[in-house]
Ligand binder design. Structure first.
Ligand SMILES: C[S@@+](CC[C@H](N)C(=O)[O-])C[C@H]1O[C@@H](n2cnc3c(N)ncnc32)[C@H](O)[C@@H]1O
Length: 389
């Protein structure tokens, strides 16, 4: 596909998204109907769509609200040659009309407010997380997140992983404080074919998550339960760090479908448990609850999430989180611990959730807690420890 035709495809996908289709579904539908599109074309179209979703408010301000306006806005923000994209040649978008040309303005002056790129109602929720640097925090949401890998130290050292990745064309940088973390600075798209990934030496996992996993003192024996295991990213990281028995559970067990092959690849053992088995196999020395949340810490990775979220949905999430804490607390051994995690920046899902739990459970105490933001790590991520007195 010509570069301009990829922008035309992105317009089509964005219009489908505006009509209510989830973005990944809209991309898949377009790709199915575009058999001429190769993998590079599909990746480029996806990048254009995600670039718009990260900066939708700004694109709209300098382009327009529909798919065509959003891509026009993106092209203006990126300083691209508009006539090369909107050429009307072949499968390129139609040339700009007079009104679209007149709307042209210098997008650098005045600078576009980064607050345009998150829903208004979330601004007061984000502000306390970066009291002196809200604009900087909002600006991070406008850009792609870097790719971080977790080295599975059972499979090899971080240096060996970096060398193996380099042989497959991925350039990486180790993090100075998080011992498992490598940032991919070149060649990220080659990861899924890289031998080190296929052999289980590395797994994609954000820096903020790896830092949180490093802060917890995981018991080295006994039993650990990942109560909201999902695809198992945290369970795998725990199993790599400890000799304790690791169990995984999820209210939707089908979400754990890939856990067994992933554990085999990583050379670790994780035992899945159904809800019915939990009490018989418990209590546990540590229960991790990586709860469903707004994902506001990961909005540059998943920018659609910020436009999908509503105050009502957030309220529901807070209720679900509180009830998960109740269920999980019931499974903690008398001298055990509960670790609560979210990828949210909102106090309601983090500190306030912990405070509400403590108010309901005077027999419990809070341990350490920490919240990273995209300004201090890669994503925003919160973790807090709780234990019975
Ligand atoms: C944030 S995701 C977990 C991600 C996972 N820990 C990882 O690292 O890949 C939250 C998970 O909680 C699960 N969940 C939702 N309600 C639950 C409940 N009441 N009990 C257990 N799991 C629940 C969801 O099905 C979802 O898979």
């Amino acid at each position: 596909m010509q570069p301009a035709a990829r922008y035309a495809a992105a317009i089509e996908v964005l219009d489908a998204w505006r009509d209510g289709a989830p973005v990944e579904q809209a991309l898949t539908r377009w790709a199915r109907g575009a058999r001429y599109a190769g993998s590079k074309d599909r990746a480029a179209v996806r990048d254009h769509v995600y670039d718009v979703l990260r900066r939708k408010g700004s694109c709209e301000a300098v382009g327009g609200p529909a798919g065509r306006g959003l891509i026009l806005g993106l092209a203006r923000l990126q300083g691209l040659a508009l006539d090369e994209i909107f050429s009307g040649i072949g499968h390129a978008p139609d040339p700009l009309d007079e009104a679209e040309r007149e709307a042209e303005r210098d997008v650098d002056a005045p600078p576009l407010d980064p607050a345009l790129n998150v829903p208004d109602w979330t601004l007061p929720l984000l502000a306390p997380r970066a009291p002196d640097a809200l604009a900087d925090l909002l600006e991070t949401f406008a850009h792609r997140a870097p790719l971080w890998l977790r080295v599975n130290l059972r499979r090899g050292t971080r240096e060996a992983a970096a060398r193996a990745l380099a042989e497959d064309g991925l350039v990486t940088q180790p993090h100075s404080e998080v011992a498992t973390a490598l940032e991919v600075t070149e060649g990220a798209r080659r990861l899924r074919q890289a031998s080190s990934y296929l052999a289980g030496l590395v797994e994609p996992q954000d820096l903020s998550v790896q830092a949180a996993m490093q802060r917890v003192a995981w018991p080295d024996d006994g039993r650990i339960l990942d109560y909201c295991a999902g695809g198992g990213g945290k369970a795998l990281a725990i199993a790599d760090r400890t000799r304790a028995q690791v169990f995984a559970h999820d209210a939707l067990p089908q979400r754990m479908a890939d856990l067994e092959p992933r554990a085999t690849r990583a050379d670790v053992r994780i035992t899945p448990l159904t809800s019915d088995q939990l009490h018989a196999r418990g209590p546990f020395d540590l229960v991790l609850t990586d709860v469903p949340c707004s994902g506001s810490g990961t909005w540059r990775r998943d920018p659609e999430a910020k436009w999908r979220l509503s105050p009502q949905a957030l309220e529901e999430l807070v209720k679900t989180q509180a009830s998960i804490l109740e269920e999980a607390a019931d499974l903690v051994a008398p001298r055990g611990r509960l670790v609560y995690m979210t990828c949210s920046l909102f106090e309601a899902e983090n500190e306030a959730q912990i405070a509400a739990f403590l108010a309901r459970h005077p027999g419990w105490q809070a341990g350490a807690s920490h919240c990273d933001t995209p300004l201090t790590a890669s994503d925003g991520f919160f973790a807090a420890e709780l234990h019975p007195l």
